[in-house]
Design a protein around this ligand. Structure first.
Ligand code: ADP
Ligand code: MG
Length: 550
């Protein structure tokens, strides 16, 4: 029988070839996920008693025949009758998946397809596509559909003893690369590594007598129950670290993880890991993999998750993240936006929980976590509000404090005349060593702010904290702090000060006139007899103009 594919335009295939997917390789993802869908549907029918036959071996098989120039994806799922081919294949954009989901809402295993265009992606790489299929329905006749990329197709009966569908792609000359075993293997690993039905690609090979020998065992390329799909209560710490190593074989063990499991107001599962980041944000980005019902969608997640979360590693899986669409669509999708703010909340909750339950561990890992948390606080107001409770300030003695604790620590001892709290900080413990010592000898506490983002963090905290100023430890403000135990015998007289000032002006020309003050410090064992300080405001101005290249 001949027929015409039910589309309005004369021929949509050129359009499909060029524009539907920028990436031709995803044809394999689409066909394998259809095969998985068909298998899951059969399992669903069996579980509700509508299919009473033998399920048998449900493995999906992918094979390449280099001589015939074909790629075949074969499943043992529900198959299609000729009528169903008419309906589901010939009427483009009529998504069978959606209809099926409507009917079996509560029992349906997750179905991947959404848009009814996935199948046609096969034409991106093929000059001819063939469907051979036998429905699970009793008394069905097997059918063969062949189409060479025109809206005209051929549909006939055929002999096919096995239930299920084989899609045979006759690869066109421009796409010969896909006939390489290594290419298909690479694509299966990329897109199908965690699909819920076993996928076989050829047979396992064994190293014997100095060469690879094929065994009878299927080469299964996927893990059907990856860690994120299992219940957190069934997983041990090793399972999480092992899964991390599956994802990033070269990585160091992660610091923490969050097992996401949301079913309202949208479905989302996943595991996010806090990697051991040192000081290089750029290198670490884009390790999160986005899945839709265990099918890999993308690992370019900017715009999909908040910027600072792109520093995390792991997997997010949501059937509500549409599979068949472009990135710009994803970024504007309202579901995707909701998902993103929800993940932020979950991440903050988890950090809060670890902080509360195991503060020692949290403090130990702070140096690795800080970059991530500070970046989050700087770029996401909501995250800041949550992180206020667990973000830590670390002083030069390596002690950690929450914001509230630190305020409590310095509130009686570190204020200026106007009553503002003065947070002293060093950004280079080595070169500012003598200033730190001097401040500590006076009984002040000094924060260490030497991280990559700390300059920005200091400005943020200064704005956020009421009546507070952050002052670098080598600034002159330290001289004017109001402290409880002032010791007049160590103060210099005005005449002494002026004499010393002119001495230093001649000896230290790099410090500009009027911008420093001197004080005589207590002689601590390793203390310094004298410290020269600079005007904080002038220093900041100078540094800022230096940063702008003036
Ligand atoms: P979607 O998967 O989004 O529904 P596709 O274009 O990928 O859209 O597939 C269209 C329809 O064709 C499917 O919904 C399904 O009904 C049918 N179909 C495709 N592949 C198979 C298969 N291997 N077995 C059974 N039915 C299939
Ligand atoms: Mg599909």
């Amino acid at each position: 029988m001949k027929g015409n594919i039910g589309v309005t335009s004369d021929n949509i295939f050129p359009i499909i070839k060029k524009f539907l997917y920028s990436d031709h390789e995803i044809f394999l993802r689409e066909l394998v996920s259809n095969a998985v869908d068909a298998t899951q549907k059969l399992k669903t029918l069996a579980s509700v008693g509508e299919f009473k036959g033998e399920l048998g071996d449900l493995t999906v098989r992918v094979s390449v025949d280099k001589k015939k120039k074909t790629i075949t994806v074969a499943d043992r799922g529900i198959g299609m009758t000729a009528d169903e081919i008419e309906k589901y294949i010939n009427q483009i954009a009529f998504s069978g998946a959606e209809e099926f989901l409507d009917k079996y809402k509560d029992d349906a295993n997750a179905i991947i397809g959404h848009f009814g265009l996935g199948f046609y992606s096969a034409f991106m790489v093929s000059k001819e596509v063939e469907i051979q299929t036998l429905s699970y329905k009793e008394g069905s006749k097997a059918a063969r559909w062949i189409c060479d990329g025109n809206p005209e197709y051929q549909l006939d009966e055929m002999d096919k003893p096995d239930r299920g569908t084989s899609i045979v792609l006759h690869i066109d000359d421009d796409n010969k690369d896909f006939l390489e075993e290594s290419k298909i293997s690479e694509l299966l690993t990329k897109y199908c590594k965690f699909l819920p039905v076993s996928i076989a690609f050829g047979k396992k090979k064994e190293w014997k007598d100095g060469k690879d020998v094929e065994t009878d065992e299927d080469n299964i390329i996927n893990d059907t129950t990856p860690a994120w799909t299992r219940k957190p209560s069934d997983l041990k710490e090793e399972d999480y670290t092992k899964f991390y190593r599956d994802l990033y074989p070269m990585g160091e063990d992660p610091l923490f993880w969050i097992h996401l499991n949301v079913d309202y107001p949208f479905n989302l599962t996943g595991i996010l890991y806090f990697p051991k980041v040192k000081n290089n944000i750029e290198l670490q980005r884009n390790k999160i993999q986005l899945y839709c019902n265990q099918v890999f969608v993308t690992d370019a997640v900017e715009g999909i998750v908040p910027d600072f979360l792109t520093l995390l590693h792991g997997v997010i899986d949501s059937p509500d993240i549409p599979l068949n669409v472009s990135r710009s669509y994803l970024q504007s999708d309202s579901n995707v936006k909701k998902i993103s703010s929800h993940i932020t909340k979950k991440v903050a909750d988890r950090l809060q929980e670890i902080f509360k339950n195991d503060r020692t561990q949290f403090e130990e890992k702070w140096d690795n976590l800080r970059l991530f948390i500070i970046y989050g606080m700087l770029t996401d107001e909501k995250f800041y509000e949550r992180a206020e409770k667990f973000a830590l300030l670390k002083n030069t003695e390596k002690k950690c404090f929450t914001f509230d604790e630190y305020k409590e620590l310095i509130k009686d001892n570190q204020t200026d005349k106007e009553g503002s709290l003065i947070y002293l900080y060093a950004n280079d413990a080595e070169s500012q060593h003598s200033y730190i010592e001097a401040a500590r000898n006076k009984g002040y506490d000094v924060l260490l702010m030497d991280g990559q983002l700390d300059i920005h963090w200091v400005s943020q905290l200064e704005q956020k904290f009421d009546k507070s100023r952050f002052v670098r430890v080598d600034s002159d403000i330290i001289e004017r702090l109001i402290r409880k135990a002032d010791d007049p015998k160590h103060a210099l007289t005005e005449t002494q000060k002026n004499a010393l000032a002119s001495l230093f002006e001649t000896q230290l020309p790099s410090i500009e006139k009027m911008e420093f003050s001197i004080s005589l410090e207590q002689m601590a064992p390793d203390g310094q007899p004298l410290v020269v300080t600079q005007n904080e405001f002038m220093r900041r101005m100078k540094e800022m103009s230096a940063m702008q290249g003036n």
